[in-house]
Design a protein around this ligand. Structure first.
Ligand SMILES: [Zn+2]
Ligand SMILES: [Zn+2]
Length: 279
């Protein structure tokens, strides 16, 4: 699969992104991580092959929160791969409560590693920092990674961007950000009123508009790549999200200070693998 750029040894891709399943791929030269396991094991393996990666070479899976679009494939992936699964204690408890196997038993994670939001930990040569995000789950987090000297941040499923989240995003070379919905499309769309309220709330999902506000007012303009993620298929369109983001970044003062890379605003899709970013 074609990559966007090549030099240092960081690889980032999105195997799937959206309300029907999320899974991101972050790797150094020797450590490979999945962020979330929201598509089936079979589909995850298939998409890793599209990426040119062997699922058996994965080092760990990290979970942001227990919503099904982030954990759907987890039990099977954990059983097949027998690699460490990192999640917070509260997320694990919520996941275990909700999951029952065919015999009504709670599934076991053979290699569960609990982390605490705000506390760094290490997976191979990748340093991970989970940080709290505002979302209607037990203990939802975003992640920042230090990989091969670069900073990669992933922040999806959040109703807004509070100061602590903005702080964690600072200095990122690759920024994966939720751009969930167009406010007008959500308002005029077919969702029931209660669902519209939930999505638009401060513990729901980030709109194109709120992301644009971040780019204009608080973004350090440093990232070489911005990936727009968790787009609603019903209440957004990839070109609308891209246009909003590019307009905001232009307003922020010239599209990207880092001129090394072209084609910097990328849109992660539900149905296809994002060609890998390498830097
Ligand atoms: Zn969620
Ligand atoms: Zn989600």
């Amino acid at each position: 699969m074609d990559a966007y750029a090549a030099c240092m040894g960081v690889t980032v891709s999105m195997l799937a992104s959206g309300s029907r399943g999320n899974c991101a791929f972050v790797a150094s030269a020797r450590t490979r991580i999945l962020v979330d396991a929201g598509v089936s094991c079979r589909e995850t393996f298939k998409r890793m092959k599209v990426l040119g990666e062997d699922p058996q070479s994965l080092s760990a899976i990290l979970i942001t929160h227990e919503h099904s679009d982030h954990i759907y494939g987890l039990a099977t992936l954990a059983k097949k791969l027998r690699i460490p699964i990192f999640m917070s204690g509260a997320t694990h408890a919520a996941w275990a409560r909700a999951m029952r196997d065919e015999n009504g038993e709670r599934p076991q994670l053979e290699k569960l590693e609990r982390f605490e939001s705000g506390h760094r930990f290490q997976v191979g040569d990748i340093e991970v920092k989970p940080f709290t995000i505002p979302h209607d789950a037990a203990d939802p987090v975003g992640f920042s990674f230090r990989v091969e000297g670069a900073k990669v941040s992933v922040a999806t499923d959040l109703g807004y961007l509070p100061v602590n989240v903005r702080d964690h995003l600072r200095g990122s070379d690759i920024l994966v950000m939720e751009s969930n919905h167009d406010v007008e499309m959500l308002r005029g769309g077919s969702y029931p009123w209660s669902v519209k309220q939930r999505v638009a709330s401060n513990v729901g999902h980030l709109s194109n508009l709120k992301l644009a506000d971040f780019f204009i007012n608080d973004y350090d303009n440093r990232a070489a790549f911005v990936v727009l993620a968790h787009l609603s298929e019903e209440n957004n369109h990839p070109e609308i999200a891209r246009r909003e983001a590019e307009r905001a970044l232009a307003e922020r003062g010239g599209l990207f200070q880092n001129r090394l890379f072209q084609n910097q605003v990328l849109v992660a899709m539900q149905s296809e693998v994002l060609p890998p970013i390498r830097m």
